[in-house]
Ligand binder design. Structure first.
Ligand code: NAI
Length: 468
């Protein structure tokens, strides 16, 4: 096969694209991945999951040192913030991981085609480099993994100084005095938490009547109360209608359902009202592909577009915009291209929001179960009654398990509390394996661990929790 010919070309190197490329190469396919940014890894590694988690961790250390260490008998005097070091550490974390992907590409013999990929036709991909030079490559299969970008809304166009997206919120050079956050979704709450902990006043404007719409309402109500206690301000049922900016100020004009208006003045505004698929300039028209409602690339249940050798994965197609969903789709597509039966179980994809405490969820919520007319039993156990949580000093929240009333099969599990992001893995496996609450209840969980709350919630489905 000539150098310019591949079995698979993946366009985009985010968690969907790079994982797909590595899996395809593992399966013996000659694979290339097209990426125009200077580093691999897409939004997740460069300006999303990883840098935000680095800042969440650092800001948590800062807030913990200021407010909590004294309770443990540890006196820390003259604590101060070194923001440049904090931001520098975040950049180092990103650098290490993105270089790691370049290393994995080398090891697996995946070719990085540097430039913007677009379709000439179904078997020809053009890669246009930063200097404008273009090269075309032939491929048997192509995978669209171009991800998404922040939605820009007319009342608050990004100026990248006062009005910023999630990318800007990762590199503010100073702690804002008052950060206005538009959108009480995942990004708004995570990045709002970072700057709140570092000393900013934070006000969240959310159009719906709840934060994190769509997640189990027990969890979201619980998290709202805790964030309010920590000092985050919320205006729910409030929609941004206009923004005005001064030299170093920004004012949000908002409307409430009763028609009354509200003005909030701050010095920075983070707009986090969702993301939209990246499809511009891909040449989809050359494939005869048109986008579905919401601007996403249409695919069938095997993640194949209507063009037989062109596939789609991750944020650019339907479903939740989550890195791990994209990764699993990438693996499934690579395996399908190789003639295997790759598959993603969308019922068992966990959600995690990295606030403090963390919120994690898998399967359906109790509210959704009721709306669907499912007869369910619910077991709930608070961290307050768990020995390890007490020892840690982190007793906020609970584990909630929703099981089918007749079969006892776990249909959903929801955690608000310390290490929820790690605890949910057990329950995601339970949903994947079709486990019953009784299966979890009868599995030995080490003592003392936070995971005992999972077991106790499972016991609670049958009203036989021990420690409450
Ligand atoms: P989101 O969809 O999570 O939340 C956006 C929020 O903005 C919604 O609650 C919506 O009701 C509200 N909203 C929309 N228009 C508004 C207006 N004009 N005024 C006030 N509120 C308004 O979107 P977000 O936070 O931007 O995140 C985008 C995507 O990134 C999400 O779909 C998420 O899956 C992904 N993500 C996931 C993370 C994780 O898994 N931990 C972390 C960060 C992002």
């Amino acid at each position: 096969m000539a150098d310019q010919e591949f079995d698979v070309i993946v366009i985009g190197s985010g968690p969907g694209g790079y994982v797909c490329a590595i899996r395809a190469a593992q399966l013996g396919l000659k694979t290339a991945c097209v990426e125009y940014e200077q580093s691999l890894g897409g939004t997740c590694l460069n300006v999303g999951c990883i840098p935000s988690k680095a800042l969440l961790q650092s800001s948590e250390h800062y807030a913990h040192t200021l407010h909590d260490l004294a309770k443990h008998g540890v006196k820390a005097e003259k604590v101060s913030l070194d923001l440049p070091t904090m931001l520098g550490r975040k950049d180092e974390v990103v650098k290490g991981l993105t270089q790691g992907i370049a290393g994995l590409f080398k090891k697996n013999k995946v070719t990085w085609l540097k430039g913007r990929g677009s379709f000439v036709d179904a078997t020809t991909v053009k890669v246009t480099a930063a200097d404008g030079s273009a090269t075309t490559y032939k491929t048997k299969h192509a995978v669209i993994a171009t991800g998404s970008k922040p939605i820009e809304i007319p009342p608050a166009k990004f100026d990248r100084k006062l009005i910023i997206s999630s990318t800007g919120a990762l590199k503010l050079p100073e702690v804002p005095k008052h950060l206005i956050v538009i959108g009480g979704g995942v990004i708004g709450l995570e990045m709002g938490s970072v700057w709140l902990r570092l000393g900013a006043k934070v006000t969240v404007i959310e159009a719906m009547s709840t934060i994190l719409p769509g997640l189990d309402s027990d969890l979201t109500k619980g998290l709202l109360k805790i964030l309010q206690r920590e000092g985050m301000n919320f205006h729910l049922d409030t929609k941004l209608t206009a923004t005005s900016t001064g030299k170093d100020s920004v004012t949000a004009t908002c409307v409430k359902p009763d028609g009354s208006t509200l003005e909030i003045k701050g010095d920075r505004m983070l707009v986090a009202v969702g993301r939209r698929a990246n499809t511009e300039g891909l040449g989809l028209e050359n494939l005869g592909l048109s986008l579905e409602a919401g601007g996403k690339v249409p695919v069938d249940s095997h993640l194949r577009t209507s063009v037989a050798n062109v596939w789609g994965i991750g944020d650019v197609i339907k479903g939740p915009m989550l890195a791990h969903k994209a990764e699993d789709e990438g693996i499934a597509v690579a395996e399908r291209i190789a003639g295997q039966a790759g598959h993603v179980n969308y019922e068992a994809i966990p959600w995690v929001v990295y606030t403090w405490p963390e919120l994690a969820s898998v399967g359906i919520s109790e509210d959704a179960a009721k709306q669907q007319g499912l007869n369910v039993k619910v077991g709930k156990f608070p961290f307050l009654a768990n020995g390890r949580a007490k020892a840690l000093g982190n007793t906020d929240g609970f584990v909630k398990i929703v099981a089918d009333a007749k079969t006892d099969r776990i249909v959903g599990a929801h955690i608000l509390g310390p290490n929820a992001s790690e605890l949910i893995a057990e329950l995601a496996v339970a949903v994947e394996f079709g486990a019953s609450a009784e299966d979890i209840a009868r599995s030995t969980h080490a003592h003392p661990t936070l995971a005992e709350c999972v077991k106790e919630a499972a016991l609670g489905v049958d009203k036989r929790s021990i420690h409450i």
